[in-house]
Write a new protein. Structure first.
Length: 155
C-alpha cells in the first residue's frame, strides 16, 4: 500500500474519489436520503479540487480512501466502503499527523463510527451545533485535538 499527496487533480482522479465518497457516505451517513446524497454529490468534485492538501491511499493503483486538509482542519475523510474497518483510515490519519499540524475536524452527530474514530485518534468534543456548515439541519460536533480547549458537551 502507498499513501500519496495528489498534486495533479485530473478528472479521472476526481471521479474516482467522488465514487469513494458516495460509497462511503451511503454506509456511514444513514440519516441522509438517496436524494440528499445525490444533491450533495454535485458539490463534491469542487470540494476535492479546492482542498489544498489531498492525500490518497492506494493499493496496486486502486484508491482505497482519502483525506483532505485545509490549514489545520480535516475537511474531508472517506474510506471506500469495502475497506472500512481495515486500518486504512488509521494509516491515513497517522500519515496526515506526521506531515501536517491538524487540530480540528467536524463530524455529523449521527455518524457514530466516525465520531468514535476521531476520539480514538486524540480528538475531543469541543462544540456542538444544530446545523452543519452549509446550514442544513444535520447536527455536527466540532472536535479539537488540543485537550486544554475541550469542553464537556451534554447530549
Amino acid at each position: 500500500m502507498q499513501i500519496k499527496q495528489i498534486l495533479k487533480k485530473d478528472p479521472n482522479v476526481i471521479q474516482d474519489l467522488v465514487n469513494i465518497w458516495e460509497r462511503s457516505v451511503k454506509i456511514s451517513h444513514k440519516f441522509l436520503t438517496e436524494q440528499e446524497i445525490n444533491n450533495i454529490k454535485k458539490y463534491v468534485p469542487e470540494a476535492i479540487i479546492n482542498v489544498p492538501f489531498l492525500i490518497v491511499m492506494y493499493d496496486n493503483n486502486k484508491s482505497l480512501g482519502f483525506i483532505g486538509i485545509n490549514k489545520n482542519k480535516i475537511e474531508m475523510f472517506f474510506i471506500d466502503d469495502k475497506f472500512i474497518g481495515k486500518g486504512i483510515g488509521s494509516a491515513l490519519m497517522s500519515y496526515a499527523f506526521s506531515k501536517y499540524i491538524i487540530n480540528e475536524v467536524t463530524v455529523n452527530v449521527e455518524n457514530y463510527k466516525a465520531h468514535n474514530f476521531y476520539l480514538k485518534h486524540g480528538f475531543y468534543d469541543y462544540e456542538r451545533k444544530k446545523v452543519d456548515e452549509q446550514g442544513n439541519p444535520y447536527p455536527i460536533i466540532i472536535m479539537k485535538k488540543d485537550k486544554e480547549k475541550s469542553c464537556e458537551i451534554n447530549f
